[in-house]
Design a protein around this ligand. Structure first.
Ligand SMILES: Cc1ncc(COP(=O)(O)O)c(C=O)c1O
Length: 363
């Protein structure tokens, strides 16, 4: 078995869950070629979740979520999404022959919406959803009820709603534990916190199986405009908090309400991980660095982990000898407007054949 399914036994799934896969997981773990070395650090690595079938780590979720739907013989996939969960579920639903209806957070980027539409999902963008914690809470509740009426469960990439799908996400940690057991620090972008919680739980599970294995420190990195977990984790508080308005522009990380947040905070703290808050500008700069210095095409949310790592290095909280992995969670193709800023100074030049010599010289 390949990808996430090879860990099936470790995840304690229902034994009759049918294997359903588009080839998710088994993503590359690569060493930084320039960003780390340029500041004298050879211990920076990237886990490229961009390489998953629909371009984000959410495919790990979707594989198990759709397998569960098929197992329960439900007739529909009903979901909420800021974009990537929807894109993943839409793809896997298409493959499974299931209709898919998704409540989308306000302002989800066109790239993700088009991907979902291409897979045939029906999208409904709900005003204020994802932005206001109150509206979001109501939308979740309403959808959860509608899901029950449709003999299914609402698909949200969070333990609170979908523990089986989230087990798929824990496979990120199993892969890291196998490929680089000596990693000591993992930087994880967080919106609702489900991903960071899955990463912690995955390593803890690995540790139960291999007691000698040391769980790395899992750091939760959030944009300042969606500070539900990271600030309180850093400040020693024991709960996450909703934000009235998720002001960040980083798509995927606008999750105003707490969802898994308090469990995430406690879980990261158990690993001696910290919270890092980064500005949107720092994130866009890291998206540029990943592209220009590493050849990694990430969406902004995927660059948040690097922004956290840089903060940790600059503050001295992370030492050059600390082996760190940044999880690059989503692909740059997802969010074309964010790429506009990167390419503004690098336009296509239009030539006729005769002038080619002058332009193709090595300078
Ligand atoms: C690319 C990307 N990275 C990170 C996250 C954060 O996940 P979570 O909300 O579970 O913290 C998301 C969530 O949608 C995402 O799409």
């Amino acid at each position: 078995m390949k990808g996430i399914w090879k860990y099936k036994d470790l995840m304690e799934l229902p034994t009759d869950l049918p294997l359903f896969s588009l080839g998710e997981g088994g993503t590359p773990l690569i060493q930084s070629k320039n960003i780390g070395p340029e500041i004298g650090i050879n211990n920076l690595y990237f886990k490229l979740e961009t390489a998953n079938p629909s371009g984000s780590y959410k495919d790990r979720f979707a594989a198990f979520a759709i397998a569960e739907i098929l197992n329960k013989k439900s007739k529909i996939c009903l979901a909420t999404s800021s974009g990537n969960t929807g894109a993943a579920l839409a793809a896997y639903s298409a493959a499974a022959g299931l209709p898919c209806k998704i409540a989308i957070v306000e302002g989800a980027p066109e790239g993700k919406l088009k991907q979902m539409r291409a897979f045939g999902a029906k999208l409904f963008m709900i005003k204020g959803f994802g932005i206001s914690s109150e509206i979001s809470e109501r939308v979740f509740d309403k959808l959860a009820k509608l899901a029950i009426q449709n003999h299914t469960r609402i698909q949200v990439s969070a333990f609170k709603y979908c523990p089986i799908g989230m087990k798929g996400v824990q496979s990120i940690s199993f892969e890291i534990a196998e490929d680089m057991p000596e990693a000591t620090n993992i930087f994880v972008p967080a919106g609702g916190g489900g991903l960071a919680l899955a990463v912690v739980r995955g390593f803890q599970r690995w540790n139960q199986r291999q007691p000698g294995f040391k769980v790395p420190r899992i750091h939760c990195v959030q944009p300042e405009g969606n500070n539900t977990i990271a600030g309180n984790l850093r400040n020693g508080l024991d709960h996450a908090q909703p934000v009235t308005d998720a002001a960040t522009k980083i798509s995927g990380l606008q999750v105003a309400n707490v969802i898994d947040g308090t469990d995430t905070l406690k879980a990261c703290r158990d690993t001696k991980g910290n919270g890092y808050l980064v500005t949107d500008e720092e994130v866009f700069e890291c998206q540029r660095l990943l592209a220009e210095k590493e050849g990694i095409f990430a969406e902004p949310a995927g660059a948040v982990s690097l922004a956290g790592w840089l903060k940790a290095v600059r503050s001295g909280e992370l030492k050059p000898e600390d082996k760190a992995i940044c999880i690059v969670t989503g692909n740059g193709f997802k969010d074309p407007p964010s790429i506009e800023n990167l390419i503004e100074m690098n336009p296509v030049q239009y030539l006729d054949e005769k002038s080619m010599d002058a332009y193709f010289k090595v300078e």
